[in-house]
Design a protein around this ligand. Structure first.
Ligand SMILES: NC(=O)N[C@@H](CC(=O)O)C(=O)O
Ligand SMILES: [Zn+2]
Length: 424
């Protein structure tokens, strides 16, 4: 089985390629990349006018299976990933039961084979049942294929226990993905602390809720030497702390989510829980700091924090509804529109934050269109404006504040191991 992708504008951050090329795929592998390849193929994809990039890698998704299949399943989440151009996704362990043991990681890898259109690299919990009391079998999970550990959804509040977990992750050779939220300080907050919170008379979440844990975790990484990745950075100071950590030469990286650099709290129109997520939409000043951090390379990765919830969950008010919005099917368009159309990032830089950089953090041979690599490829059209339509999502979750928003950047094809898993 062979595929020839012709005349596309290839963006390959792993080689710096930024120009018109053909790509020839044979038996699931990239066999040749070059100008005007004269090769016969079973299938030809005409990609003139389109960008051809390494398949996107999402370091932060919630698939909800097992336990919350009415919100999302591995199958529907993987379909949403394919539709969004993601060929590898890392599901967080906050399912029921949690992904907190060798057996649960093995179960997820089995489900991947049966149900998923895209590659799944599981993230194991730091503590058993994410209860924050005793460490999970971190070494066992790593052996079974966990790509990282994370307590996402919360932080491990015991600093000494977290330190022990970091040492275990370091010994197992996997990074720690940190959700930074001081459980004590957050109280019953549901929205960014500020004018909008006052206007809507809702309890606020201050920047310090994130910042205190971000700097704690960086200091723990300094002490333990573990590779630390800060999830969903939302504040100006967490970007500054990351900059400091990098200057110190610490193995620390960070991600930003499209919603956090696209919207500020002042954009929340009313008590609509489709604008409720954790961390919350922050101030304009924080939004600007995230964009600056993406531009100057302090923020390495764009991740979605895809957090599907049911219609019933999200019909509730800001106070009652769960935190989280879907992101897999809007990430590329929002990122392209907010960052490339505005000149903050070049198309090649955006491709790096969605593919090559997350691959580097995971230490996997993906995020590249080099010859010999698995043919995980995304092809996108960025020429025309269109409106986001949540009813077209493959995800079971329709909880997005971006329904009807005008964007540029449509995924046209997604290939996993050379197979077309999505076509528009
Ligand atoms: N981000 C969210 O608002 N919610 C996530 C948890 C998380 O990533 O913190 C979820 O699981 O719903
Ligand atoms: Zn989180």
């Amino acid at each position: 089985m062979s595929v020839l992708i012709k005349n596309g504008h290839v963006l390959d951050p792993s080689t710096g390629t930024d120009g018109i090329r053909d790509i020839y795929v044979k038996d699931g592998v990239i066999a040749a990349v070059g100008e005007k390849l004269d090769l016969a193929a079973d299938e030809v994809i005409e990609a003139q006018g389109l960008y051809v990039m390494p398949g996107f890698i999402d370091l932060h998704v919630h698939l909800r299976e097992p336990g919350f299949e009415y919100k999302e399943t591995i199958k529907t989440g993987s379909e949403a990933a394919a539709r969004g151009g993601f060929t590898t996704i890392c599901p967080m362990p906050n399912t029921r039961p949690a992904i907190d043991s060798r057996e649960m990681v093995e179960w997820l890898k089995e489900k991947e084979k049966k149900d998923s259109l895209v590659h799944i690299l599981p993230i194991g919990a730091v503590t058993r049942g994410q209860a924050g009391e005793e460490l999970a079998d971190i070494g066992g999970m790593a052996e079974a294929g966990a790509a990282a550990i994370s307590e996402d959804g919360k932080s491990v509040m015991s600093t000494s226990l977290y330190r022990e977990g970091m040492l275990k992750a370091k010994a197992a050779g996997i990074p720690v993905f940190a959700h930074c939220e001081d459980k004590d300080l957050v109280g019953n907050g549901v929205i960014n602390k500020g004018k909008k919170a006052e206007e809507l008379q809702l309890p606020g979440i201050s920047n310090a809720v994130e910042d205190i844990i971000a700097i704690r975790d960086i200091l723990l990484a300094k002490e333990t030497g573990v590779r630390l990745h800060l999830c969903h950075c939302s504040t100006k100071d967490s970007v500054d702390f990351l900059a400091w950590a990098k200057k110190e030469g610490l193995p620390v990286t960070g991600e930003a989510c499209p919603h956090h650099f696209t919207l500020a709290d002042e954009d929340i129109p009313c008590d609509d829980s489709n604008y409720k997520m954790n961390p919350p939409l922050r101030s304009k000043e924080d939004v600007e700091a995230l964009k600056e951090g993406l531009k100057n390379g302090i923020l390495d990765v764009i991740a979605t924090d895809h957090a599907p919830h049911s219609k019933k969950d999200k019909e509730k008010s800001f106070l009652q509804a769960p935190f989280g919005i879907v992101g897999l099917e809007t990430a590329f368009a929002l990122s392209y529109t907010e960052l490339v159309e505005t000149g903050i990032l070049s198309p090649l830089e955006l491709a790096a934050k969605l593919s090559c950089n997350p691959a580097g953090i995971l230490g996997i041979e993906k995020g590249s269109l080099k010859e010999g690599r698995a043919a995980d490829i995304v092809i996108a059209d960025t020429r025309e404006w269109y409106r986001i339509d949540k009813e077209a999502f493959a995800s079971l979750g329709k909880n997005t504040p971006f329904h009807g928003r005008e964007v540029k950047g449509k995924i046209k094809y997604t290939l996993v191991n050379g197979q077309v898993v999505f076509q528009d």
